[in-house]
Design a protein around this ligand. Structure first.
Ligand code: ATP
Ligand code: MG
Length: 194
């Protein structure tokens, strides 16, 4: 399951858990993106923060792991590279790529689509506010997951405005965000004085 995970929230975790149960997966690998080219309109938090929050959020689940392939690869992240690297690390595994309805709709803009389909089975999951469709392909599975109307954007805005994110993200992630003062407005005057 790829994502910016800025921050990871319970919508991601519920989707991953549901797909793992329905498809009887041995492992769900969370892959935080490197440079997310589709999000160049905003500053994405440093990869190490996003990676560590993902580790914290998934640590208690024996089937959940986190991969550094995208954050350690220089340049922008393309899903084709993610899948090639995961394939190389697990030559015998059957790969599933888990994506929410909004990201599914963007697949058409992804590089090297045909090879994408040959590397992994795509599973699109429902997400409140977005329509899910299989892009006209039989080999894309669609799955309804428990609806959690949570987004990372909303979590960031809540922190910025001093609203709680308890129970939207795992407890350890709430504490990590506070410890590192992520998503806080830059103090007035700080930018000018440096
Ligand atoms: P942002 O608001 O910054 O875009 P996000 O909440 O969409 O963050 P991403 O890291 O962009 O989170 O998403 C990673 C993957 O998880 C995508 O495939 C996305 O569709 C899926 N996803 C995110 N939130 C949910 C949710 N609440 N329910 C189901 N899938 C989700
Ligand atoms: Mg998103």
């Amino acid at each position: 399951m790829g994502g910016t995970f800025d921050p990871i929230h319970h919508g991601h975790l519920v989707a991953a858990s549901e797909v793992a149960a329905v498809f009887d997966l041995d492992e769900v690998v969370f892959v935080p993106t490197g440079q997310p080219w589709q999000k160049s309109d905003r500053d994405v938090s440093p990869a190490e923060h996003r990676y560590l929050m993902t580790v914290i959020a998934t640590a208690s689940n024996p089937r959940f792991t986190v991969s550094r392939v995208d954050i350690d690869r220089p340049g922008q992240t393309y899903t084709i590279d993610t899948l090639r690297d995961l394939r190389a690390a697990r030559p015998d595994a059957e790969l599933f790529f888990i994506t929410g309805a909004d990201a599914m709709a963007q697949i058409v803009s992804w590089k090297d689509m045909d090879e994408l389909w040959s590397l992994a089975h795509f599973v699109g999951v429902t997400r409140p506010g977005h329509v899910l469709n299989n892009l006209g392909r039989d080999d894309v599975s669609l799955l309804e997951v428990p609806a959690l109307a949570i987004s990372s954007t909303d979590c960031r805005e809540r922190v910025e405005h001093d609203h709680p994110v308890w129970y939207l993200v795992p407890d350890g992630v709430v504490q990590y965000i506070a410890k590192h003062r992520l998503y806080r407005p830059v103090a007035m005057g700080a930018a000018e004085s440096n």
